[in-house]
Design a protein around this ligand. Structure first.
Ligand code: NAG
Ligand code: NAG
Ligand code: NAG
Ligand code: NAG
Ligand code: NAG
Ligand code: NAG
Ligand code: NAG
Ligand code: NAG
Ligand code: NAG
Ligand code: NAG
Length: 526
């Protein structure tokens, strides 16, 4: 298996580099991702999902229609060195059908670590709100992801540190800013209010954009944005402890069985016969290694916790509603045998094989269907050193992994060849005592967090002022509020979306009053 770059994400992918370090000490420890996921099974399943015609629940709604355009973006916003004047084509997706005129809102999605259409397709809240507000929809891809590659190609963009070095948060925010100014100028709409939306790392970008460029965006909807997930701001064990609590909340037996399974897997991996047994019982694909099983299990558990949505979904993988509950049901009532291996296999099948279309586990190690890993591995080890590494004794993932910041930084240095800057983003945007800081310096931000989501451990969970509002849902998962609505949505989710809609309307009302212009009449939710 490739050790360093099995990505996981925040959607935030989190901690690839550390994974490399982890790999050295334990057979299964991999990096935690912000949106973590293991790519290959995903790829294979998606192929089947798109081929299948009966699975309407996880398909992209027909409403998602847009034009793809490109903006000539500057390579480096912060220097006048000759190289800074280089440009690249930044992709954006736009739908102006609902836009009601030059003072009508522009809803901007701050693209995060992957192909922009992944987020466009999974941010139904914007699509469903646009007609209500007469808003234009614009989804801008993050530099170094998808098609938005400096230096002409992905290969050249990721050649070495001298080309990757332009992949930073501040550059990305300046990209969005310069894009918005150009768009508004093209539209001759200087007074159009811009509301920025983002989920996960995109949510962090949305918050930071509102803080740094308040004259560009008048409000930010930041969903599951772990802006406190930095050293000394968040307990580094909290992320996996939350995953643990999610599973434990379903059943103690599920927790005991899964927690005990790592030692058994490691024991089998240590012998030839054990490995052969694992290969057979887990239906491993030809060409994939049984050594991947622990990290596949870990990814399945973390991703299921992150995407523990109440209805069937297809964000990182096609999943049933409440996938953590389903995994525990598989452990508690195994269908393929009564031993630990059968229980683990059944649980993994919930995540990797919910459609029944995955003939084998593992395969296609090169899979990175949304173009996330190269960019995120770099970001996670330069600036975005997020606090998700520690495994406590009670963690459902074993053995414990004591958090050692020195080791994390060392492994990052090994991965990038550069000293990480784990304190830079806090220096740039704040972090310590962020509530009091924002109270006096910011406004118009929604922080949504679902507490099932392990990333919520780094989120802002308390309202800060009248216009900086935390919406916290005990049963919510990773940016569930931004997803397309479904007739089966629980009441709490409908209420969250209605609340967000009303808050945005309030911001806009104030904006039009302050600017002494009139905007379109909005249609309130029921
Ligand atoms: C924008 O989306 C709406 C709703 O799906 C669709 O009817 C319209 O054709 C789209 N407009 C563009 C320019 O794609
Ligand atoms: C997003 O939706 C569009 C239109 O349905 C589709 O062509 C595209 O493949 C989807 N992309 C992803 C990443 O799901
Ligand atoms: C602005 O207009 C120019 C000229 O038509 C066009 O080339 C460019 O793509 C537009 N940019 C944006 C962001 O709309
Ligand atoms: C491994 O399996 C082979 C063939 O089934 C058997 O002969 C051998 O004793 C086993 N070794 C161990 C250590 O169990
Ligand atoms: C793996 O290869 C063997 C021998 O070529 C073949 O019989 C088997 O069906 C393959 N298994 C999978 C899951 O592709
Ligand atoms: C599985 O094992 C448990 C505990 O030993 C036992 O109570 C249960 O009946 C067994 N289930 C099946 C299906 O064999
Ligand atoms: C996936 O499910 C199908 C149908 O139940 C089954 O035939 C297949 O073996 C499963 N795949 C794996 C990897 O277990
Ligand atoms: C885990 O338990 C061991 C032994 O019981 C103890 O020495 C260690 O400090 C504990 N580690 C954590 C992270 O709680
Ligand atoms: C962290 O690891 C380094 C070397 O890997 C070691 O020297 C140091 O003592 C460790 N720190 C803690 C607090 O365990
Ligand atoms: C970094 O690389 C050095 C040299 O290859 C190695 O000795 C060390 O263990 C690595 N450190 C980490 C934390 O991966």
């Amino acid at each position: 298996m490739e050790s360093a770059v099995v990505a996981s994400f925040l959607l935030l992918l989190c901690c690839q580099a550390a994974a490399a370090a982890a790999g050295a000490t334990s057979s299964h420890r991999r990096p935690p991702p912000l949106t973590r996921h293991h790519a290959s099974p995903l790829v294979r399943q998606r192929r089947h999902v798109t081929a299948g015609d009966d699975d309407v629940t996880t398909a992209v709604p027909a409403m998602v229609q847009y034009e793809t355009r490109y903006y000539t973006q500057r390579l480096d916003h912060f220097n006048a060195l000759p190289a800074s004047y280089g440009t690249f084509q930044q992709r954006y997706l736009i739908n102006d059908t609902f836009w009601a005129g030059k003072t009508s809102p522009i809803f901007l999605y701050a693209g995060n670590e992957g192909d922009i259409d992944l987020f466009t397709n999974n941010t139904g809240f914007m699509w469903e709100s646009a007609p209500r507000f007469g808003a234009m929809l614009v989804f801008v891809e993050h530099r170094y992801y998808g098609e938005s590659m400096p230096f002409g190609s992905k290969k050249k963009a990721f050649k070495d540190a001298s080309t990757k070095g332009y992949l930073t948060v501040t550059q990305a925010l300046a990209d969005f800013t310069s894009f918005v100014l150009r768009l508004k100028s093209n539209l001759s709409a200087p007074a159009a209010p811009v509301v920025v939306f983002g989920g996960s790392y995109g949510g962090m970008l949305a918050v930071w954009m509102r803080l740094k460029y308040p004259h560009i965006v008048m409000g930010a909807v930041a969903s599951s944005a772990p802006i406190r997930s930095f050293y000394h701001l968040t307990d580094p064990y909290a992320f996996y402890d939350r995953v643990t609590d999610d599973f434990k909340s379903e059943s103690n037996n599920c927790y005991d069985v899964l927690r005990g399974s790592w030692a058994e897997l490691d024991g089998l991996l240590a012998t030839k016969n054990g490995s052969a047994l694992l290969r057979r019982s887990f239906n491993m694909c030809n060409g994939s290694s049984v050594r991947d099983i622990p990290s596949l299990l870990e990814s399945a558990m973390v991703n299921a916790a992150m995407t523990d949505y109440p209805t069937p979904s297809g964000f990182l993988a096609p999943l049933p509603g409440y996938p953590v509950r389903e995994m525990c049901r598989a452990v508690d009532h195994p269908s393929s045998g009564n031993d630990t291996l059968a229980k683990v296999r059944d649980a993994m099948n919930v995540y990797y094989n919910s459609t029944g279309a995955s003939p084998c586990l593992g395969g296609e190690e090169d899979g990175d269907p949304y173009g996330m890993y190269d960019g995120w591995n770099w970001q996670a080890c330069t600036e975005m050193v997020l606090m998700t590494y520690g495994l406590s004794n009670r963690s459902i993932i074993q053995p414990p992994w004591p958090f050692n910041f020195t080791d994390v930084l060392d492994s990052c240095r090994n991965a990038t060849g550069l000293p990480p800057r784990p304190f830079w983003l806090e220096a740039e945007f704040g972090g310590y005592d962020i509530g009091n800081v924002l109270k006096g310096s910011a406004s118009n931000i929604i922080f949504f967090n679902g507490l099932r989501d392990p990333w919520s451990t780094g989120g802002v969970l308390k309202s800060i002022s009248k216009s900086i509002i935390a919406l916290v849902e005990p049963k919510g998962a990773h940016h569930v509020d931004l997803r397309f609505s479904s007739k089966d949505d629980p009441e709490w989710l409908k209420k969250v979306r209605a609340k967000e809609t009303r808050i945005i309307a309030r911001w806009l009302k104030q904006y039009y009053k302050d600017e002494a212009v009139s905007g379109p009449v909005w249609i309130p939710p029921n």
